[in-house]
Design a protein around this ligand. Structure first.
Ligand code: ADP
Length: 447
């Protein structure tokens, strides 16, 4: 096993990784910006190194500084968490060149899946069903028109290098395509430095269902079931659950097996997530994330498998000793993303937490990096914690979630907790009857 792991991240995910390391007896190194000197991950790590000023590009994205921190502390591996450098193939290569283990898949697999067009082509080759669409990048509005009318409107123009739900344009008829095409291209260039766009059939009422996978890099791979992340705002997940209220055991086993076999074929190493839209009983691949995801705890709660622990074991060469038949699903889990934002306007609300009381009791897990007296800096993502609740079934889980949300006190800043208190009492949510547009429609009606 590694002797010392540097955690190239901040917030709740830095703590999550730190905890897994501690349990395995691995020393931990926290890195932080000047704005994060008082952060919990810095306080809990065995060592910490300041790597630069507040802006992420100068600190958490600063590869030379992170490398220097590895050298100074003698770390033998780096866990990138999610976001920041977690899907940066060059970072993985640079670490490798310095004999430091990147805890994640190979640079080659990160690169292929990071390009959404290459990812779709690879997925298709590996037997994964994909969303119908252009075979590759689309260069002219004429080509866009031809492909769209062949496929039928509505269509979606997407950025090949896109992420975070940004850079997508829905096109409902041919007269909209020219404007949408040029908007999509310039947004893609401005946001991702790459103006390549492609076209997909726009699905009207799908659910977002994703499959967690793990591979050992040598041809053994398993799936750990699905997560339903259909409750989204601006294409960003807000509430996630496992299992999906929409799938039965047979459907789960079928899509899971397709994903596990694809990862065997790829020789994938570590944790990954294969994302689908699901409509009328069919799965359509949209992308693969080659890292740990924010919502991984719901899978951990129902499989009772520590995904970070498994990532560490695979990365150090100890292999993946879990077989598919060892993976069992127990009950139901729901995660609510708690953001430091106004629950109606979603305006960020950084500042000092004057009072903090997280919920507890049976079936309640809070993954968070905040504490009473802590000041949330304005420079980063507004996710400050995740409430994860487990029950023997979905009904029990919802009852417990309502109770846990009632107990949760975060004063001094605004949070999205009030939104979840409303959602947990909504009949559609209680019935699991929602698609990827449900939350946006709901918010429009309630504001
Ligand atoms: P990103 O990498 O930016 O998150 P994704 O391709 O994962 O982009 O899509 C994010 C979300 O956008 C999906 O969860 C879904 O809500 C919506 N979306 C993406 N592709 C389609 C599509 N073809 N039809 C309808 N909605 C889509």
């Amino acid at each position: 096993m590694f002797s010392k792991v540097l955690i190239a991240n901040r917030g709740e995910i830095a703590l999550r990784v730190l905890r897994a390391c501690k349990e395995l007896g691995i020393q931990t190194v926290a890195v932080h910006s000047t704005a994060d000197a008082e952060a919990m991950h810095v306080k809990l790590a065995d060592e910490s190194v300041c790597i630069g000023p507040p802006m992420a590009r100068d600190s958490y994205l600063n590869i030379p500084q992170i490398l220097a921190a590895c050298e100074i502390t003698g770390a033998d591996a780096v866990h990138p968490g999610y976001g920041f450098l977690s899907e940066n193939a060059r970072f993985a290569e640079i670490l490798e060149a310095h004999n430091i283990q990147f805890i994640g898949p190979s640079a080659e697999h990160i690169r292929v899946m990071g390009d959404k067009i290459a990812a779709k082509q690879t997925a298709e080759r590996l037997g994964i069903p994909v969303v119908p669409g252009s075979a590759g990048g689309v260069d002219t509005p004429e080509e866009a028109k031809r492909i769209s009318s062949d496929m039928g409107y509505p269509v979606l123009i997407k950025a090949a290098s896109g992420g975070g739900g940004k850079g997508m344009q829905v096109v409902r008829s041919e007269d909209e395509i020219e404007l949408a095409f040029s908007t999509a291209r310039s947004e893609a260039a401005a946001n991702f430095g790459d103006d390549t766009v492609y076209i997909e059939k726009y699905l009207g009422k799908p659910r977002h269902i994703e499959v967690q996978v793990m591979g050992d890099g040598k041809g053994h791979a398993i799936h750990l079931g699905e997560r339903d992340c259909s409750l989204q705002r601006r294409h960003q997940k807000v509430w996630e659950e496992a299992r999906s209220p929409a799938l039965n055991d047979e459907q789960q086993a079928k899509i899971g097996e397709i994903c596990a076999n694809a990862m065997k074929g790829l020789g994938y190493s570590g944790a990954g997530t294969i994302e689908f839209l699901y409509e009328n009983g069919e799965f359509y691949f949209i992308e693969m994330n080659t890292r740990l995801q924010v919502e991984h705890p719901v899978t951990e709660m129902i499989t009772r498998i520590d995904l970070v622990n498994e990532q560490l074991k695979v990365a150090c060469g100890a292999g993946l000793d879990i077989k598919q038949e060892d993976v069992r699903f127990h009950g139901h889990a729901i995660e609510c993303r708690i953001n430091a934002e106004n629950a109606q306007t979603f305006r960020p609300s950084p500042g000092k937490i004057s009072h903090y009381h997280p919920p507890g009791g049976l079936g309640v897990r809070v993954d968070s990096g905040v504490y009473q007296g802590y000041s949330i800096p304005p420079y980063y993502d507004s996710l400050i914690g995740k409430l994860i609740v487990t029950g023997r079934n979905r009904v029990e889980c919802m009852m417990r979630l309502r109770r846990a949300l009632d107990e949760f006190v975060i004063d001094g800043i605004e949070t999205t907790i009030p939104l979840f208190r409303n959602l947990v009492d909504n009949a559609d949510i209680a019935n699991g009857a929602y698609d990827i547009h449900w939350l946006e429609n709901y918010l429009e009606k309630t504001v």
